[in-house]
Design a protein around this ligand. Structure first.
Ligand SMILES: [Zn+2]
Length: 252
């Protein structure tokens, strides 16, 4: 066994304890080596996760969680466990409550055909997607689906929701196709990035002029609804438009 360069004892590190979903304590030969280990874990979160799984000697495996994805900074200087994301079924009511609590500028939509949630660690819901009929009445209500709302938590370290949006968009697209719909669409503000949609393989197809076509049943002051939006669609969909890159605005 190697000697610790700091204390001269046998170099040692093990997971002392894991509590809750994400917190863990490391036991090391000395403070300085502890710092070295934390630095190492910080440097490459993915490799760190693998190393931790090997080191943990079953502690992490016993937790009955999905595989450890990464070890991430919690934003307060501590490390936390970031589990592989899992798609989970959710009822409409659960999805609505989640959106009500976590969505910054939109109330939950009324319509619902299906939806899903995503969890980081068993039972720890971090996002939902709600799929329903197109809000615009001019679109075929039986053949086209719309992602009416996608919402992930923004009150937790953002490393935990990494990839959650694209996972949900990808799932919705697959479901729409399997259920025999001709098309699935969604709208994001022109000022918002389409990165997560693009990561799920979706393509931008249309720019709306903004305005009041998207009527709300609830009276509220909300400037975002009058901003131009970009309509995105999944690549397999029929009747696609082609949006010229110069019209893409902030999403380009
Ligand atoms: Zn030491």
């Amino acid at each position: 066994m190697a000697k610790c360069i700091h204390c001269g004892d046998d170099e040692s590190v093990e997971i002392h304890e894991v509590y809750g979903y994400r917190d863990f304590l490391l036991d090391t030969c000395c403070e300085s080596f502890h710092k070295d280990v934390v630095d190492f874990l910080n440097k490459d979160p993915k490799t760190a996760a693998k190393w931790l799984m090997g080191l943990s000697d079953g502690i992490l495996l016993q937790m009955q969680q999905p595989k450890l994805r990464r070890v991430i900074d919690d934003g307060l200087g501590s490390l936390m466990l970031d589990w592989n994301l899992t798609l989970v079924p959710v009822e409409q009511r659960t999805a609505k409550e989640f959106v009500k609590r976590h969505h910054r500028h939109c109330p939950p939509p009324a319509g619902w055909r299906f939806g899903a949630g995503v969890s980081n660690g068993n039972g720890n819901l971090i996002g939902v997607i709600m799929v329903g009929r197109p809000v615009a009445r001019t679109l075929n209500q039986n053949e086209i689906l719309e992602v009416n709302r996608l919402c992930v938590r923004d009150d937790i370290p953002q490393g935990l929701v990494w990839n959650a949006c694209s996972l949900l968009y990808g799932w919705a697209s697959k479901q729409a196709r399997q259920r025999g719909f001709k098309k699935i669409i969604t709208y994001v503000l022109e000022s918002e990035s389409g990165t997560t949609l693009r990561a799920a393989g979706w393509v931008p197809e249309l720019k709306t002029s903004g305005g009041s076509w998207n009527r709300k049943t609830r009276q509220r002051v909300d400037k975002t609804t009058t901003q131009p939006k970009i309509r995105w669609t999944a690549p397999w969909c029929q009747d696609q438009f082609t949006l010229q890159p110069e019209n893409l605005g902030a999403t380009a």
